[in-house]
Design a binder for this molecule. Sequence first.
Ligand code: NAG
Ligand code: NAG
Ligand code: NAG
Ligand code: NAG
Ligand code: NAG
Length: 567
Amino acid sequence: MDKLLLIFFIPVVISDSLLDNWDGPGPRLTYPGPIKFLNQGMLRGRIEHYDLTESIVSYKGIPYAQPPVRELRWKPPVPASGWKGIKDASLFGANCPQFGAPLIGTRQPFVMNEDCLFINIFTPNRMFMRNLPVYFHIHLGGFHGESGDPNIHSWEFFPQNGVIYVTFNYRLDVLGQLNTQDRHATGNYGLKDILEALKWVNRNIHSFGGDPNNVILMGFSVGGVVVQALIYSEDAKGLFAKAVSLSGSLFQTYPFQPNPKEKAEALGRMLNIEFNNTEELVAQLRTFTPEQLSNATIRFLPTEMPTLFVPRTFVPSIDAEDTDEIKLIPKHPDVLARTANYNKVPLMIGFNSMDSMTNLLFPNGRDRFNADPHMLIPDAWKIERNSSEAWEIIDGFRRVYFNGSEIVTEDMMMQWMEFCSDRENAFGMSKFVDFHYKEQPVYYYRFSYSGAFSFSQQYFGLMHVNGTTSFDDYMYLHRMNRFRNPVPRSDHAYTVQDRYLRLMLNFGRFNNPTPNSQDRLLQNIQWPQVTDNLEFLDIGENLVVGTHPFKERMDLWRDFDRRFNKF
Ligand SMILES: *[C@@H]1O[C@H](CO)[C@@H](O)[C@H](O)[C@H]1NC(C)=O
Ligand SMILES: *[C@@H]1O[C@H](CO)[C@@H](O)[C@H](O)[C@H]1NC(C)=O
Ligand SMILES: *[C@@H]1O[C@H](CO)[C@@H](O)[C@H](O)[C@H]1NC(C)=O
Ligand SMILES: *[C@@H]1O[C@H](CO)[C@@H](O)[C@H](O)[C@H]1NC(C)=O
Ligand SMILES: *[C@@H]1O[C@H](CO)[C@@H](O)[C@H](O)[C@H]1NC(C)=O
């Protein structure tokens, strides 16, 4: 298995029979589009036809911040300067430096450059557009990779349905996250870029027909993590009206680094830098190229499964204190959840019924657990090995997931997948819901449909497993670019796709995914907001309202987290 798979937990290996005759994502036909007047200068867009009837207009590669290079490396983003004449906005800007071309479907040639802070706007192709909802999409990629370019999927469904879709790049890996816990490197540069992009949208989106008062944050995986961080951010106040966080939580283990200074110093040692203090360390690190840094940081990636059980190295962390720079994560996420004066906007929050299904491909994860059950326990709880608390937790997990068995046997792989999914994903989402449902409208869902567009499941040969794996819900919200065999129009996958998209568009337009109880596509359901009963919508073959998703499992986590979490 390709090592990079471990980075994203989603497919990255190119060349597979599913994908052969693929001609790249993108429109069938394009021609020059209208000119927009921004404060930065004039911009010519491009009209794009994805099918015979519908067309959209794209404006790509617009700089939203100055290139974060040389003295601006490891500095907060500075708003971009303007340009003279008419800028051609028909091409995407460079991807931010990462460990080589990351995903299947990355456009060719793959361009990577430290000068990468670009934003892309996709609008309907109509004459008079005003105050359209604006979906601000934060890309996935583990804070290590990816970009705002279309890859396995593209997003024209949104503008085709009369709303604006925004994508952009933000700094990744060590360039985006170096944190020496002092003013020499304050951390969270990637998050600061995202905030800057959001400010750019608030200033400029009306020129594209968008409503700056109806910006919807939307992110999957680490995009969902960022959405939650922005909800807690004072500096993001008033910049968005609602939020959609999918299978990504600030309360998960992997996207939060508790000891960033130690990691910065370890990187210095790996690069044979001599330094007496962080000032010297950061000054020396500035002399390395992005490629040299990437080649070094790739060696920090966890190699033991399940990789999401441990914090990644260069991911968000608590901001350095002694600076005037904007702070995106000023305190530990658990403390923020209890104390932040957060943005009480309507929320849509969801997970896949078996987000960690691909762990099935790495049976050694189960062997590790059998050899050392302590690995079940999240580090954040700081439980001493072999203590009575440790055994109480381990026994609790064994009881609820493994029918009391001391070892996870071959025939318990499904239960092992359930445990991994909850540990890595579902519990983080559930915890965020618990914190917020009393303060703001929350629409909670579980995506459990598996079918013709379930890319990862097909790619990894896991269609026999009951559940939906990470990323595959996203494939029902966007256009799949990469299947060899076209899916016949009669397939139920299209109905699921139409439903999911309508729920998402309704939420953007009306603050409510089911504003009309007489919608046959949505099976006339009313999706209730979360109350003490933890109402949720199961998006599967059908739309089904339930209460308390995975109750016994989540109750166990909730109880342990309440008692053992030290924050
Ligand atoms: C570290 O400190 C020593 C002693 O003051 C000095 O000789 C050396 O040049 C310093 N190292 C760097 C990289 O500045
Ligand atoms: C980085 O690693 C790649 C692949 O191992 C190698 O081809 C390249 O030369 C390395 N670049 C640098 C600057 O070390
Ligand atoms: C765990 O604790 C028990 C009882 O306190 C003790 O007998 C045992 O030796 C300990 N095992 C290890 C591996 O430390
Ligand atoms: C669970 O364990 C009990 C007793 O240990 C056993 O009787 C029962 O068959 C087990 N159930 C399953 C589903 O394996
Ligand atoms: C499949 O999983 C769902 C939970 O997502 C569960 O409700 C259902 O009973 C399972 N079906 C089978 C056949 O195990």
